[in-house]
Ligand binder design. Sequence first.
Ligand code: URA
Length: 226
Amino acid sequence: MLSKPLNSLIIEAYKHKRKRSLRGVDAILSRRQLLDAVAAEIIVCRKCELWITRKNPVPGEGSANSRIMFIGEAPGYWEDVKGKPFVGAAGKFFDTLLAEIGFSRENVFTGNILKCRPPRNREPLPDEIQKCTPYLDSQIRVIQPKYIVTLGNYSTGYIFSKVTLPFYGITRAHGKLYETSILGTQITVFPTFHPAAALYSGKYKELLQQDFQLLKNRLTDQKFKV
Ligand code: URA
């Protein structure tokens, strides 16, 4: 494990534009190495009690150099089994949405607010969010994305709270672009519904598809490349 708190290493690395070595070691850590270091911390994390009931932690996955990050809520049954984000039924729909805007899992980064599955897929508790989100913050610092797409109430609420945007629920917040600065990086936040909502309601499926089209239009206008 890294000897200094991870966040300070990451801040140090990026403050000095990755030109300076860390810990006096003559190696410059790549984004991938830094993300792996975050994942290593998550794997041994015991800050809340979810490690007791989970099968596998789900640190998140995808491109370390992606300019777009998707943030969900917490691992469910299949994510817990496989240790990967969005691999259950909601994940299949998420793949469809990504494909519709020309992306795949490999060229984006996908993570969650909580890295371990809450028992019976219950909602995250405030204490769990507080203890787990420093890992997400580290991932944001490392990746420095241009866009963060928040999927559902929990990730949108968390990201809005970081930039002191008032949050009145995903129904009011979704489908709009919020230009903001998070952890020292200029980021456009685009909230939409959680893909699982589409499994229960055709209305949410349609809204999600519409939101992804809006996002696609914006990215096309900006000649955005991941
Ligand atoms: N729901 C989430 O929010 N995240 C996952 O990884 C899977 C389902």
